[in-house]
Design a protein around this ligand. Structure first.
Ligand SMILES: [Zn+2]
Length: 378
C-alpha cells in the first residue's frame, strides 16, 4: 500500500492545505461544519455512509460506516476542531518549508484527517474487506472537552475490539499508550463587603476564605501517586480598601489511576463543604471529566501488532505516557483496547510553531493502513 500512497502525496498535501486554510476553532461552528462537509463528500465517494449528527452551537459530529458493514470491530476517532480563533488561517496559512508544513491545526489534527481518509483509500485499492470492519467518529468539540461527542464516541465504541485514536504521534514519533485523567472545578465564595478603614468588623472576607481553600486543595497533590491539584486561576475582591465580598478559584485536577477519581472528588467536596471564615458561603461546581487512559495488558497486545507492522515497513515504534487528555480516555475506560497517537509525526500543537514532518504523512498513513488490515483479520 506504500507504493499507492507514495503516488498520492501531492494529492494528500493539497487536501491538507485546503483543510488547514479553513478556520475551525471549537467555537466556530461554520468552519468545523465546512471541514466536515469536505470530509463527508470524500468518505461518500469511497463507499461510506455518513450520518451527520447536527449540533445547535458546536460543530456537527459525524458517524461513518461502510455500506453493508454489519459488524465493525474497530472504531477510529478524529476531531475536526482546533484551538485557534477566526482569522488565524488567513494570518498564517498553510506553508511548507523544507520537510515541515505549518499552519493552524496542521498536526492537531488536520494531517490525521488526511491520513485516516487516505489509509482507507489505500485499503479500498488493495483489500476492500477491511473497510467493513472499521467505523469512524469525526467530532467537533474535542478541544473543549468533547461534551457533545462523548456519548456518541461511547455509543459506537461499545462492543468494539479496538479503538484507534488519531491524535498526532509525538515529536519523536512515539505512540501514546497512557494519559492522565483530568477534572476541573470552580469554587465560588461569597462574603460581605465593608469599608476596610471605617467598619472592617462588619465585613466578611471571601478572599481570606478562598485562601484557606487554595492551601487545602494544593495539599492534595501527590506527585509520587501521579495526583496533581492546582488552582490555576483566581478572581475576587472589589477594591483594595473593601473587605472582599466575593472570590473564585478555578482548579485543575490530574490523576493517573481510575480509582483515584472518586477519592480526589470526595476530598475536594469535603474541603469545600464547610467555611474556615465564619459567615462565608461556598458553591462548588465541576468534577472529574476524563478518566485516565491506562497502559494495560490489552494495550500492550495492541501495541505489539503495531510494532510488528512497523518493523515490516522499517518504522521503529516506541510509546509514551502523556499528561494531556484526549478521547482515548473514554474508549480506554470502557475496556476497549485503545492506542492513541496514530496520526503523522509533528509537534508544538496549540502554538504558532505547530508543524508536521511532511515525509511522515505517507509513512504513517501506510502504517495505519497496514494496521487496519491486520486488525480486520483478528
Ligand atoms: Zn488533538
Amino acid at each position: 500500500m506504500k507504493e499507492f500512497l507514495q503516488t498520492k502525496q501531492t494529492e494528500m498535501l493539497s487536501l491538507l492545505e485546503k483543510l488547514v486554510n479553513i478556520d475551525s476553532g471549537s467555537h466556530h461552528k461554520k468552519g468545523i461544519d465546512e471541514v466536515g462537509g469536505i470530509l463527508k463528500e470524500a468518505y461518500e465517494e469511497l463507499g461510506f455512509a455518513v450520518d451527520v449528527i447536527e449540533e445547535a452551537e458546536n460543530g456537527n459530529n459525524m458517524v461513518i460506516t461502510y455500506h453493508g458493514s454489519e459488524n465493525p470491530t474497530m472504531l477510529a476517532v478524529a476531531h475536526m476542531d482546533t484551538v485557534f480563533r477566526i482569522g488565524t488561517a488567513s494570518e498564517r496559512p498553510f506553508t511548507i518549508e523544507g520537510d515541515r508544513a505549518y499552519g493552524p491545526g496542521v498536526i492537531d489534527m488536520k494531517a490525521s484527517q488526511v491520513s485516516l481518509l487516505y489509509a482507507l483509500k489505500a485499503l479500498k485499492e488493495n483489500n476492500q474487506g477491511a473497510l467493513e470492519k472499521i467505523q469512524i467518529v469525526l467530532n467537533g468539540d474535542e478541544e473543549i472537552g468533547s461534551h457533545t461527542s462523548r456519548p456518541i464516541i461511547e455509543k459506537f465504541a461499545e462492543g468494539k475490539k479496538y479503538a484507534l485514536i488519531m491524535e498526532p504521534a509525538r515529536k519523536d514519533g512515539s505512540l501514546v499508550t497512557a494519559r492522565r485523567g483530568a477534572g476541573r472545578y470552580s469554587v465560588y465564595v461569597t462574603g460581605k463587603a465593608a469599608h476596610s478603614g471605617i467598619e472592617p468588623q462588619n465585613g466578611i472576607s471571601a478572599i481570606e476564605e478562598i485562601a484557606h481553600k487554595i492551601i487545602k486543595l494544593h495539599a492534595l497533590t501527590n506527585h509520587e501517586d501521579g495526583i496533581s491539584v492546582s488552582v490555576g486561576l483566581i478572581e475576587g475582591g472589589e477594591s483594595v480598601n473593601t473587605i472582599a465580598p466575593s472570590a473564585a478559584a478555578h482548579v485543575d485536577v490530574r490523576i493517573t489511576y481510575a480509582e483515584q477519581a472518586e477519592v480526589i472528588d470526595r476530598k475536594v467536596r469535603e474541603i469545600c463543604a464547610s467555611s474556615d471564615v465564619a459567615g462565608t458561603t461556598i458553591k462548588l461546581e465541576g468534577g472529574i471529566n476524563r478518566p485516565p487512559m491506562v497502559k494495560n495488558e490489552q494495550t500492550i497486545q495492541f501495541l505489539e501488532i503495531i510494532k510488528e507492522t512497523g518493523e515490516e515497513l522499517g518504522i521503529k515504534i516506541t510509546d509514551v505516557a502523556t499528561g494531556g487528555g484526549s478521547d482515548a480516555s473514554f474508549t480506554s475506560a470502557m475496556g476497549v483496547s485503545t492506542i492513541d497517537g496514530l496520526g503523522p509525526v509533528g509537534g508544538n500543537a496549540h502554538s504558532v510553531d505547530e508543524y508536521l514532518e511532511v515525509p511522515t504523512l505517507v509513512e504513517r498513513t501506510s502504517l495505519l493502513a497496514e494496521v487496519i488490515r491486520k486488525l480486520a483479520n483478528k
